[in-house]
Write a protein that binds this ligand. Structure first.
Ligand SMILES: Cc1cc2nc3c(=O)[nH]c(=O)nc-3n(C[C@H](O)[C@H](O)[C@H](O)COP(=O)(O)OP(=O)(O)OC[C@H]3O[C@@H](n4cnc5c(N)ncnc54)[C@H](O)[C@@H]3O)c2cc1C
Length: 323
């Protein structure tokens, strides 16, 4: 089968725009088309500036809440586009859908791409991918056929508006496999990452906080700073303490102040806080990576630091620039 073109698949418009930017740059060298398949209702994508870097937009009528249906849509888009490369957003949905679609069409797949090269002569693809939670990089090579890669937010630059075009829409007929999922209802999450992403101050809880009862003192600090509380992924996903984590696969915050408490500073976390105006980090390990990213670094045991901070703030009072 002759394969050409680059297909971008995403449920997030932001990541779609970034992946389309990279697809456009790769397509320039190859002289091929760029296609988009939203894994969400297409209407909001149609009006999006960054999304107009695509030549074709594939749409399908499926229940986007059901990953099995989204796998069906992605497979239908791949069959219609016959692309050389499929770039899928590393969102929660994308990370589930991409490997399942690759398995269904027996295509090679690699996760967490941060750089892509396509040799215009041989058509060989080399993807630079994160390994071991970002501790290492691997170059993964592919010689032929359709290749699926996932890539996260903030990795690639969106296309410039000069590259905007009017993508033509092509509706797809989607064959959805029997799904084990029945959607019985919907309700909003109790606290949403959206408020975290808009917050002027954020207290960021890491695994250095030992016990869920200690969140009381964290809430006291957040109260003084009128801050929203976020955390690292293990604090949310492994310990189940808080609903919203910050980082590569979580919320991206840009407050005036981000106070990290017992956060080590793994790159996957730091990408979520680096837009903050001031990052103040408390960690008892002076070698912690977070200090290379912090504007204010405090080498201290947070169990000594927090009570002292609260005491001092009570004595002197706090005037908050953002309140
Ligand atoms: C593909 C992938 C995606 C990921 N995405 C994300 C993501 O979006 N967000 C995210 O957060 N993580 C993500 N991770 C996980 C990430 O790599 C780290 O494992 C995680 O961020 C570490 O969380 P932490 O800093 O809370 O914990 P740790 O790394 O365990 O750090 C705890 C820190 O607390 C300090 N400490 C301990 N006790 C005290 C004390 N009493 N006082 C002061 N300091 C103390 C320690 O010195 C240490 O530095 C991802 C990983 C992978 C593989």
């Amino acid at each position: 089968v002759n394969t050409a073109g680059i297909l971008v698949c995403s449920d997030s418009r932001e990541v779609a725009g970034e992946l389309l930017g990279e697809a456009r740059r790769l397509a320039e060298d190859l002289g091929c088309e760029v296609m988009l398949c939203p894994l969400a209702e297409p209407a909001p994508f149609e009006g999006d500036e960054a999304v107009r870097a695509a030549d074709i937009m594939y749409t399908g009528q499926v229940d986007f809440r059901d990953p099995t249906a989204c796998v069906g849509l992605l497979v239908a888009a791949i069959e219609a586009a016959r692309p050389r490369l499929v770039l899928v957003a590393s969102t929660k949905l994308g990370m589930e859908v991409a490997p399942r679609a690759a398995e269904r069409i027996a295509a090679p797949y690699a996760a967490w791409a941060t750089g892509i090269r396509i040799d215009p002569g041989s058509d060989a693809i080399t993807a630079q991918c994160l390994r071991y939670g970002g501790m290492a990089m691997a170059d993964v090579g592919f010689t032929q056929g359709t290749v699926l890669l996932t890539a996260g937010t903030g990795v690639f630059e969106p296309a410039s508006s000069a590259e905007a075009r009017a993508p033509r829409t092509e509706p797809l007929t989607v064959e959805v496999e029997a799904s084990g999922i029945t959607v019985t209802g919907e309700r909003a999450k109790p606290a949403s990452g959206a408020s975290l992403e808009r917050a002027r101050a954020v207290v960021d809880v890491g695994q250095g906080v030992r016990d869920s009862d200690d969140l009381t003192m964290v809430r006291d600090v957040a109260g003084v700073f009128q801050a929203e509380i976020g955390c690292s992924r293990p604090v949310s996903c492994d310990r189940n303490w808080l609903p919203d984590w910050i980082g590569l696969s979580g919320a991206k915050v840009k407050p005036d102040l981000c106070l990290t408490l017992g956060i080590s500073g793994a790159i996957q976390h730091v990408v979520g806080i680096r837009e903050s105006r001031v990052v103040a980090a408390v960690n008892m390990d002076k070698e912690a990576a977070v200090f290379t990213q912090a504007d204010i670094g405090v080498v201290a045991d947070l169990y000594e630091f927090i009570p002292t901070l609260l005491e001092r703030l009570q004595e002197r009072g706090a005037r908050l620039a953002w309140a």
